[in-house]
Design a protein around this ligand. Structure first.
Ligand SMILES: *Cc1c(COP(=O)(O)O)cnc(C)c1O
Length: 364
C-alpha cells in the first residue's frame, strides 16, 4: 500500500467544474486585480472570523510582514515569537529590521506563555504566537501578558483557519491576525494567497496602501511598500473552495479521532482539550524513535513529514543572532512526526498507517 502525505490534485469532478467556472467568470469580466471576487472574499473571511475587516494579500508571509509594518515595527524593536514554526514567521519579523526573539514551546507544540513573560524587555513591541498544527495557543494567558506589558499581539493563524478555542475563532484574538491560503493549507487557493484581519479602519487603509507600493489613489506614494496584492483569480477560487472548508475540517477531525483511538498508549498524540477545536493542518505524533519510525514507515509505503526539522533559532540565518529560550523545543523537535491525515486520506489508509506504527513500536 502507498499512502501519500498530501495530494493537491483536484479529483472531484464537481469541484473541478466550479474552479473552471470561476476562472471563466474572471476571464469574462477581466478585472484581474482587485476584482469583485476579492472584495467578496475579504468580506466573507472577516465575517467568518468575527472581525470587521480583512485585507487580501498574496501570501501569508506578506500578511505577517505587512501586519508588523502596520504597527510601525522596525529596527531596534523586538518581537517575541515561538521557536517552532515555518521560517516565514521569523523572516517577516527580520525583514522589518526588528529582532525576532524565540520563546520556548509546550508539549502542545505552541508557544509557552511563561517563556514569553521571561523574554519581555524594554524593546519588546509585539508578541507573535503561531497556532501551530491548526491548534490555537493559550490566548487567555498570552493576551494578559501582552496587555500588562503594553505590547501588541499579532496572530500567525496561517495553519489555523476554522480552529476555535472556547468557541472563539482563530484570527479573532489579536490586534491583527494573519492567514495563509497557500496550496498546502487546510483552506487553500490554487497557489499563493494570504489575508490580514483587523477591526480598525485605519489598519485597512494602511495595509491597502502598503500592499500596493505604499500609494494612495494609485499614484501618490506616501511610504515605501510592496506589490503584495491577491490576484482576483485566487479570491475566486477561494470563494468556491470555502463551500468545502467545513467538510474538509470535519474529515480531518474524523481522521484525528481515528488515530487517537488506534494509537492510544503507543505514541504521544496531540491530546485535544475540551475547550479546543483543532483543524489538524498536521496530525503530529511524538516519539523518541522518530527517525527510525519514519524510515520504517517509508519502507512500508507511508509518506510522512517532519514539520519542521529545525527550530527557527537554529537556522543559520538566526543562530547566535537572536535571543532565545528553547529547552523544551530542542527536546520536542527531535520527537515530532506528521503522519498522513488530510481530507483525501481514506479510512483504510488510516488503519494501515496506524497498524504499521503499532508494529514498529511494539518491536522497540
Ligand atoms: C504557511 C505559513 C506561513 C507563510 O504563509 P505563505 O502563504 O506560505 O507565505 C507563515 N506562518 C506559518 C505558521 C505557516 O504555516
Amino acid at each position: 500500500m502507498k499512502v501519500r502525505f498530501l495530494n493537491l490534485s483536484v479529483g472531484d469532478p464537481a469541484q473541478k467544474k466550479e474552479m473552471i467556472n470561476a476562472l471563466d467568470e474572471v476571464l469574462t469580466h477581466g478585472v484581474l486585480i482587485n476584482g469583485p471576487e476579492l472584495q467578496a472574499f475579504e468580506a466573507l473571511i472577516a465575517e467568518t472570523c468575527s472581525r470587521k475587516y480583512a485585507v487580501g494579500v498574496n501570501s501569508g508571509t506578506d500578511a505577517l510582514f505587512l501586519a508588523l509594518k502596520c504597527l510601525d515595527i522596525g529596527p531596534g524593536d523586538e518581537v517575541i515569537t515561538t521557536s517552532l514554526s515555518w521560517i516565514a514567521t521569523a523572516n517577516a519579523i527580520a525583514m522589518t529590521g526588528a529582532t525576532p526573539v524565540f520563546a520556548d514551546i509546550g508539549d502542545d507544540l505552541n508557544i509557552d506563555p511563561k517563556s514569553v513573560k521571561n523574554l519581555l524587555s524594554d524593546k519588546t513591541k509585539a508578541i507573535l504566537p503561531v497556532h501551530y498544527t491548526g491548534r490555537i495557543c493559550n490566548m487567555e494567558k498570552l493576551l494578559k501578558i501582552a496587555d500588562s506589558a503594553d505590547v501588541s499581539l499579532i496572530e500567525d493563524a496561517a495553519q489555523a483557519f476554522g480552529a476555535k478555542r472556547n468557541e472563539q475563532a482563530a484570527g479573532s484574538f489579536g490586534a491583527l491576525a494573519c492567514f495563509s491560503f497557500n496550496a498546502m493549507k487546510v483552506f487553500s487557493s490554487l497557489g499563493e494567497a494570504g489575508a490580514i484581519l483587523t477591526d480598525k479602519k485605519e489598519d485597512v487603509d494602511r495595509i491597502e496602501s502598503l500592499r500596493y507600493n505604499g500609494t494612495i489613489n494609485k499614484e501618490v506614494c506616501i511610504e515605501p511598500g510592496l506589490n503584495a496584492r491577491m490576484d482576483t483569480i485566487q479570491a475566486a477560487f477561494l470563494l468556491q473552495k470555502f463551500k468545502y472548508v467545513e467538510r474538509i475540517i470535519h474529515r480531518r477531525r474524523e481522521i484525528a479521532a481515528q488515530y487517537n483511538e488506534l494509537l492510544k498508549d503507543i505514541v504521544d498524540l496531540p491530546q485535544e482539550q475540551p475547550d479546543e477545536y483543532n483543524v489538524y493542518y498536521t496530525y503530529t505524533i511524538q516519539t523518541d524513535f522518530r527517525d527510525e519510525l519514519q524510515s520504517f514507515l517509508m519502507s512500508k509505503g507511508v509518506e510522512t513529514k517532519i514539520q519542521h526539522p529545525f527550530l527557527m533559532p537554529e537556522q543559520p540565518a538566526y543562530k547566535e543572532k537572536s535571543p532565545s529560550m528553547t529547552e523544551n523545543a530542542q527536546r520536542i523537535v527531535k520527537r515530532i512526526l506528521c503522519i498522513p491525515a488530510n481530507e483525501k486520506t481514506t479510512d483504510e489508509e488510516v488503519e494501515y498507517v496506524a497498524r504499521q506504527i503499532k508494529l514498529f513500536m511494539e518491536a522497540q
